[in-house]
Ligand binder design. Structure first.
Ligand SMILES: Cc1ncc(COP(=O)(O)O)c(C=O)c1O
Length: 489
């Protein structure tokens, strides 16, 4: 029988179906164990052959839909699996998942108080609480669909702050602007410079040292160079927790320079910002309070389900002044309640998913102490992982660990102690991709690799899943070594 067309659940028709979907998720996704595979790898061509992507004229039956869903899960990556260590998100928090399910069932859109009363007040409350953890002069912010969008929004705010007329008159009346960012910054800075009409070439990379931090003297030199070219140094983007190496830029020193030249300082703490919760490691964020804007992604270090990202700002009311358009069908001037609670016009989006609830319910479930324990456990494991890398002859650390990121090479036997070989880097470049391909085809471990500046491909161990143990760390290193030995005898 074809499924019905009305978008309304009916207990007689849909209860059993929805229950079976939940059962399927419980069995094949939510309660994944180490014995399960992380993924069942198929090439795009194989997957096209094995998965039915067609869209029918007449709808499918519920039984068929369940079969399709089972297949979708079968061929999808289980990012909650302990050995999914590929990205800056992992784990599957049960409370976060419950929160996500709740907001999906309510299908909320957080633009007006009347449509999302609880979530509107909750957003304001959570933003205030996180701001308090940053510093006393902080109190405002918005949720964003990801850290990239938050970084881009901060660039738009910085430009509006310097040239408020840009909102009405556009780019044509503006001088050339330059954004200064670490050469190891997240690529979203470049994308949004292009998107905002400033141009990728006007993002100037700032030199980093051998652990990946901006060298403060280079900031002042770059500002002088921008001024010499007759351009406007608009903003500095510093990073707390760089994507690959997990480096922390020296914010105090950079902020002093920004103050001197009256330049907007944006801190991309998408990855490192979660450390606000850890008394033990909070000091890595020292200076963060001196920024003009900050991006923090609870969906990264804190393992809140995707997406959950916040942009915090110091300038009062700038979000409203920069973004508002006052659409009268949504933000009527004669509302039957205090319309200052309608947060939507402070955003660039119109309809907006509720991302706060899953974070808030996790915070309720664990308390700030629970988040702190989660972070401290991750940091301890990263320390252990780094020690093991240093202790083994078949592995070499890329640079000293500063955070959860441990960057390392696996060295084939013929490269150990052979730094003098002329094509050493070219040889090493080939190692990580081949080992990764074997792991993915086995479905055993997903671990990212990348080159960086002149450094050839290396692995990045980075876990946000505090259930990982030392035994897991040993397993991952042994597994890489075993594959490496077989591939590169
Ligand atoms: C430092 C940093 N900033 C920004 C981002 C982008 O965040 P999102 O993936 O939420 O857009 C990332 C992603 O890894 C990141 O590492």
């Amino acid at each position: 029988m074809m499924a019905d067309f009305c978008p309304v659940p009916n207990p007689d028709v849909h209860r059993d179906f929805l229950q079976k979907v939940v059962d399927l998720l419980f069995k094949n996704v939510v309660f994944t164990t180490r014995r399960d595979k992380v993924l069942l790898w198929k090439t795009p061509e194989e997957l096209q052959g094995e998965f039915d992507f067609t869209l029918p004229q007449a709808g499918d039956s519920q039984d068929k839909l369940l079969q399709i869903m089972k297949n979708t899960v079968k061929f999808s990556v289980k990012t909650g699996h302990p050995y999914f260590i590929n990205q800056l998100f992992s784990g599957l928090d049960p409370y976060g998942l419950a929160g996500q399910w709740l907001t999906d069932a309510l299908n909320a859109s957080v633009y007006t108080y009347e449509v999302a009363p609880v979530f509107t007040l909750m957003e304001q409350h959570v933003i205030k609480e996180v701001c308090k953890m940053v510093g006393p002069q902080w109190s405002d912010g918005i949720f964003c669909p990801g850290g990239s969008f938050g970084n881009g929004t901060a660039m738009n705010l910085a430009r509006f702050h310097k040239f408020p007329q840009a909102k009405l008159k556009g780019c044509n009346i503006l001088p050339r602007m330059v954004v200064l960012a670490s050469e190891e910054c997240h690529y979203s800075t470049y994308k949004f410079a292009a998107f905002l009409g400033m141009g990728e070439d006007n993002v100037w990379p700032l030199k980093t040292d051998d652990v990946g931090q901006i060298v403060p003297e280079k900031v002042e030199e770059a500002i002088q160079a921008v001024l010499l070219e007759g351009a406007v140094p608009l903003m500095v983007v510093a990073t707390l927790g760089t994507t690959v190496r997990g480096a922390f830029d020296p914010i105090h020193a950079i902020a002093t320079i920004c103050k001197k030249y009256e330049i907007w300082l944006h801190v991309d703490a998408a990855w490192g910002g979660g450390l606000l919760f850890s008394q033990k490691h909070r000091a890595k964020l020292n200076g963060i309070e001196a920024a003009n804007s900050i991006v923090i992604n609870p969906h990264k270090l804190l393992a809140v389900p995707q997406q959950c990202s916040m942009l915090l700002v110091t300038h009062p009311d700038i979000l409203h002044r920069c973004h508002s358009r006052g659409a009268e069908y949504l933000f009527q001037k004669d509302k039957y309640y205090d319309a200052s609670y309608d947060l939507g016009d402070r955003y660039l989006q119109c309809g907006r998913k509720c991302d706060v609830f899953k974070f808030w319910i996790m915070w309720r479930a664990k308390g700030s102490c629970g988040f702190a324990k989660h972070i401290d456990t991750l940091m301890d494991l990263a320390e252990y992982f780094e020690q093991q890398v240093n202790a083994r002859p078949d592995f070499v650390l890329v640079s000293k660990r500063q955070y959860v990121n441990v960057c390392f090479w696996y060295l084939p036997r013929y490269l150990r102690g052979k730094l003098n070989i002329s094509d050493y880097n070219a040889q090493l470049q080939k190692v990580a991709p081949q080992i990764k391909a074997v792991m993915v085809k086995h479905g055993s471990v997903m671990l990212n690799y990348q080159p960086l500046k002149t450094l050839p491909n290396f692995f990045r161990f980075v876990s946000q899943n505090s259930a990982l143990t030392k035994k897991d760390a040993d397993f991952i290193l042994d597994h890489i070594a075993e594959i490496g030995d077989a591939l590169f005898p």
